[in-house]
Design a protein around this ligand. Structure first.
Ligand code: KIV
Length: 263
């Protein structure tokens, strides 16, 4: 772990105000977001957002590395985290370590994110022991989704609630510096944030979390349908369409290219 990573993660963990976290999958989104949010995540949600899949599980290690590398070219100030995709860490500590080292080396990121709690406690411990900063992810874990109906709030039953609390404890005991809490009832999110000794980052969780994360394309308004936890701050879809129609009209009226655009 380099000195810059230590500094960035220490600053992140010592921040008293709510933490701002967003996703980036490309160099230029990384450039726009760098320094304007505390943490930038190259999430495996790119499987859905970039590649149009219904699930995150289809993404490969190499795809995550390619996008991580692109974002890594731009990110200097924010903590840069790359998701370890499904199938690259859960089965053994040895495989997890080999793949995490490859992600860290090839993308220049500061940390990796893994989904799970109790079941992967040993794996997180191994990564942390080997100086790889880890962000956990509990509650709804998209890598477990096999059908669309699997994307639902977790922790409504007492049994599920207990299991998520155990996951949080496992993640913090294994040395992760932060944990994403996704799609759980507000009361449970409040409880998790209260008992947590590490930074809790909510998505569909509650205001009591230490920070919030969203997929950047969701907040920009790329999609016609989004999860309830998304707040749309723009209508980028409408803006793109308006520009495309203006471009089309300029071409048809022979207004483009102008003198300024030709040699
Ligand atoms: O893959 C992702 O982008 C994520 C965030 C939405 C937390 O895991």
């Amino acid at each position: 772990m380099g000195i810059e990573t230590i500094k960035k993660i220490t600053k992140f963990c010592n921040t008293k105000r709510p933490l701002v976290c967003l996703t980036a999958y490309t160099r230029y989104m990384g450039e726009i977001l760098d320094g304007n949010c505390d943490l930038i995540l190259v999430g495996d949600s790119l499987s859905m957002v970039i590649y149009g899949n219904n699930f995150t599980k289809n993404v490969t290690l190499q795809t995550m590395i390619n996008h991580g590398k692109a974002v890594g070219l731009a990110v200097k100030k924010s903590v840069l985290v790359v998701d370890m995709p499904k199938g690259t860490y859960e089965t053994s500590s040895k495989i997890a370590l080999k793949n995490a080292k490859k992600i860290m080396r090839e993308t220049n990121c500061d940390a990796v994110k893994v989904e799970g709690g109790l079941k992967i406690k040993k794996i997180i411990k191994t990564l942390v022991k080997n100086k790889i900063p880890v962000m956990g992810h509990i509650g709804l874990m998209p890598q477990q989704a096999n059908k669309l109906s699997d994307y639902k709030v977790k922790g409504r039953s007492e049994k599920e609630e207990k299991s998520i609390i155990n996951d949080l404890v496992a993640v913090q005991e294994s040395g992760a510096f932060s944990v994403v809490i996704e799609s759980v009832p507000r009361a449970l999110a409040d409880k998790l944030s209260k008992i947590s000794t590490i930074k809790t980052i909510g998505i569909g969780a509650s205001k009591q979390c230490d920070g919030q994360v969203l997929v950047t394309e969701d907040l920009l308004g790329y999609f016609t349908k989004t999860a309830k936890f998304v707040k749309q701050y723009d209508d980028i879809r409408g803006r793109i369409l308006r520009s495309v129609h203006k471009f089309k009209s300029d071409i048809i009226k022979r207004k483009f290219p102008t003198e300024k655009n030709i040699y």
